[in-house]
Design a binder for this molecule. Structure first.
Ligand code: GSH
Length: 393
């Protein structure tokens, strides 16, 4: 289990234990009926007792419980959503336990009350077992909270997705990027990979915040503030926020034009050629490559059926596009000329996935495309990205 999950479960268990122990202590020290002083003088009856330790203990127990509930909700990133197996049940037991503990505590405060009708008078003290019930309900609430937190934070090794947060201060070059170790959250989604590849080529320092597609974390209000279509990636660069992987890559390539690989081109004309082939990727290549990857890679992982007929149609159309690439690469080392640029980079994530399917035959059959792809995948930035994606050791 990840360290943060272990810490979270530890904190919640500790708070649960404290809540339960203080509630049991309140049970042991509560005002008993025999300790209430009932006196009658004339027509007036008076009930009085001193504040017992159960007042503070019951109150402390309710506070520990509330802290645990808030921490579990914040940790799950979900205050009022209904996903997961236990949210509504944990809220129900929380409310009951909280009210039982608070009202039990209140009935242990110093008390003095007079009644004019002795026959109708009743001296209220907390009944036996009230705090114990609160204590058990606290434990149940926190156990459900832990289950809920773990469910909403379970990471899927195959379809992990990334929200990328740039972590560069004041536009100052920060030297070598810090490559996050291959951990439990590999960056497998193609669009975030485009941005990461740009960071790696440009030697930009960054921090990754993973967004779990399996639990639809990308559709949560806090993520929609960054990406209103409920997708990844999105970046934060100080106060500046941006979504759309291609726009993000262009933004960083421009902002850090003086470091790492020049991805944008050297002259007005060269930049226009780079843009032209980058646009070809968006409008001719990706519209075919994406649904092929969806059907051949993503759907089978999710246990969904692949549309084989559609894939064959898409492959036929992709062949025409690849012929144009083959022709271009016959006289150019890279798509926009002699140098590796954004035009090549932007193809790489989807190409990487296509090459893991039988579409790789279509590339291998084209000599220049094959040579181009081998050169692209030999780049150190790509190798680092593949490690982060969990594809290579
Ligand atoms: N045009 C967007 C596409 C973003 C996109 O399709 N992201 C996928 C992952 S590659 C995603 O978030 N899928 C989850 C979903 O649509 O709910 C970009 O390039 O950023």
């Amino acid at each position: 289990m990840e360290k943060r999950k272990v810490v979270m479960c530890g904190v919640l268990s500790l708070l649960g234990l404290l809540s339960a122990l203080t509630a049991f202590a309140a049970e042991a020290t509560k005002v008993k009926k025999s300790q209430a002083n009932v006196t009658t003088s004339g027509s007036l009856t008076r009930c009085s007792y001193h504040r017992s330790p159960a007042y503070n203990l019951g109150f402390a127990s309710a506070v520990f419980l509330m802290m645990a509930q808030i921490i579990a909700s914040v940790g799950s990133g979900c205050f009022c959503c209904r996903k997961g197996p236990a949210p509504s049940r944990s809220k129900f037991t929380f409310v009951i336990a909280f009210l039982v503990l608070l009202s039990g505590a209140a009935l242990n405060d110093e008390h003095a009350e007079e009644a004019a009708f002795p026959d109708a008078y009743f001296c209220y003290t907390v009944g036996t077992g009230v705090f114990s019930t609160g204590s058990v309900l606290s434990l149940v609430t926190i156990a459900l909270g832990i289950v809920y937190y773990l469910c909403l934070n379970s990471s899927n090794q195959n379809v992990g997705v990334t929200r990328t947060v740039a972590n560069q201060g004041g536009g100052i070059a920060m030297g070598q990027p810090q490559i996050p170790e291959r951990g439990e959250d590999p960056v497998t989604a193609a669009c975030p990979q485009r941005v990461l590849l740009c960071f790696l080529e440009k030697e930009i320092e960054f921090e990754i915040v993973h967004v779990d597609l399996d639990t639809l974390e990308q559709k949560k209000p806090e993520h929609l503030l960054r990406q209103p279509f409920g997708q990844v990636p999105a970046i934060e660069d100080g106060d500046f926020k941006l979504f759309e992987s291609r726009a993000i890559a262009r933004y960083y390539a421009t902002k850090y034009s003086n470091q790492g690989t020049n991805l944008l081109g050297k002259s007005l004309e060269h930049r226009a050629i780079v843009d032209q082939w980058a646009d070809v990727e968006t409008h001719y290549f990706n519209v075919l490559a994406f649904p092929i990857v969806l059907n051949l890679v993503i759907k089978p992982r999710l246990g969904e059926e692949c549309d084989a007929v559609l894939v064959e149609e898409l492959k036929a159309k992709l062949g025409v596009v690849l012929d144009i690439y083959e022709n271009r690469l016959a006289s150019n080392r890279f798509l926009a000329g002699d140098e590796f640029t954004m035009a090549d980079l932007t193809h790489m994530p989807a190409m990487g996935y296509l090459m893991r399917t039988d579409v790789n035959q279509m590339v291998k059959a084209r000599v220049n495309m094959n040579r181009w792809w081998e050169e692209l995948t030999a780049r150190p930035a790509w190798k680092k990205l593949m490690k982060m994606a969990g594809f290579e050791a």
